[in-house]
Design a protein around this ligand. Structure first.
Ligand SMILES: Cc1cc2nc3c(=O)[nH]c(=O)nc-3n(C[C@H](O)[C@H](O)[C@H](O)COP(=O)(O)O)c2cc1C
Length: 326
């Protein structure tokens, strides 16, 4: 019999399983996010994949044709750029369209909170330290996702592993804590719940699924990667991002080692390079965000099988633990 893991987060978001797919620029579009939600997990369309707020609105409406399950929108920001008008327009559309939840990331959601509160949108803020989680709680967010140093994408500057971050956050916060990253199977899922998390949030594991709109060559690069095959780029400008090792990452690291500027780094990594690589399949021309958890991913599964395998394995592990404890 398959277990059901009912938590504060499944109750808050109305999803079957406490498994969230973090927003992924260019990847988290309607078809893919609908597959995530239809599999019983909860996904976020990524606003930054769209040129305008009206394109985001169309994608939200498309989502409603593809699933009757609830879903969210990811609003990613860059600390140096504040909250641009474009981000505010995205948020207005999210509110107007009655989206259930947002995943905010990159900087404090403080300026956006009145908008979300008035529209009744749940706010899940993604951060990399307990310090920032406490600040987010004081702002009135509904839940926080804590991302450890091994995760894919932005990992912050504190260099704390998830195994320490999650229990610490659970002990110090009143709002639900979501374990962000480093999970790809039932072991990580159950471990996170045992540490007190109310859900897990995965990026890399969902990126390597059949439904992700990414060229098979790129998925293979992630599937073949061992846990030691990722690097942090952009540490020199205090915005480290964990990516799978490739030629572009080596070039960026070389430039950073000799000393560089924000403009030079942005010249190497920005400009929609990820979007182009996901289409062309050249795994060496873009920064491909990827967590150390790639070392645990051995095949490209469907989204439904990924979710199902996690829940089934977690149930078996729970039986084992109960036997051990008995
Ligand atoms: C390919 C890729 C793209 C990502 N893009 C974004 C993004 O645009 N915004 C964001 O908040 N997080 C982004 N992330 C981070 C994920 O939402 C999630 O926090 C992270 O992947 C969790 O760690 P894991 O990869 O170890 O599962 C991305 C991650 C990956 C793998």
């Amino acid at each position: 019999m398959t277990n059901r893991f009912r938590t504060k987060i499944t109750d808050m978001l109305g999803c079957e399983h406490p498994i969230l797919c973090g927003g992924m620029q260019w990847v988290s579009r309607a078809e893919f996010v609908a597959a995530v939600c239809n599999a019983g997990a909860f996904g976020f369309i990524t606003a930054e994949s769209f040129d305008t707020a009206e394109h985001l609105r169309a994608e939200i409406r498309k989502m409603r044709d593809l699933t009757d399950r609830p879903f969210g929108v990811n609003v990613s920001m860059v600390p140096e750029f504040g909250v641009p008008d474009r981000t505010i327009r995205f948020c207005e559309v999210i509110c107007e369209e009655g989206v259930l939840a947002v995943e905010t990331a990159g900087r404090s959601p403080e300026p956006l909170m009145p908008l979300f509160r008035e529209a009744g949108v749940k706010v899940i803020h993604k951060i990399t330290s307990v310090r920032h989680a406490l600040k987010a709680q004081a702002l009135g967010v509904d839940a926080v996702t804590l991302v450890g140093i091994g995760s894919g994408g932005h990992v912050g500057l504190d260099n704390v592993v998830a195994f320490v971050l999650i229990p610490q956050a659970v002990a110090r916060l009143d709002i639900p804590v979501i374990a962000g990253g480093a999970v790809a199977n039932g072991r990580g899922f159950l471990g996170a719940l045992a540490m007190g998390a109310e859900a897990v949030l995965m990026g890399t594991a969902f990126f390597a699924t059949q439904e992700a709109p990414v060229h098979p060559n790129i998925k293979q690069r992630v599937v073949q990667a061992e846990e030691t095959d990722t690097s942090l780029i952009m540490s020199s400008i205090k915005n480290p991002i964990r990516c799978v090792n490739n030629k572009l990452v080596a070039d960026v690291l070389a430039v950073e080692a000799r000393g560089t500027t924000l403009a030079e780094i942005l010249g190497l990594v920005a400009g929609g390079k990820g979007k182009l690589a996901y289409q062309s399949g050249d795994p060496d021309t873009a920064p491909i965000a990827c967590g150390q958890v790639a070392g645990l991913i051995g095949e490209v599964k469907s989204v439904a099988r990924l979710v199902e395998d996690i829940i089934t394995e977690a149930g078996q592990l729970l039986d084992r633990l109960n036997r051990l404890a008995g």
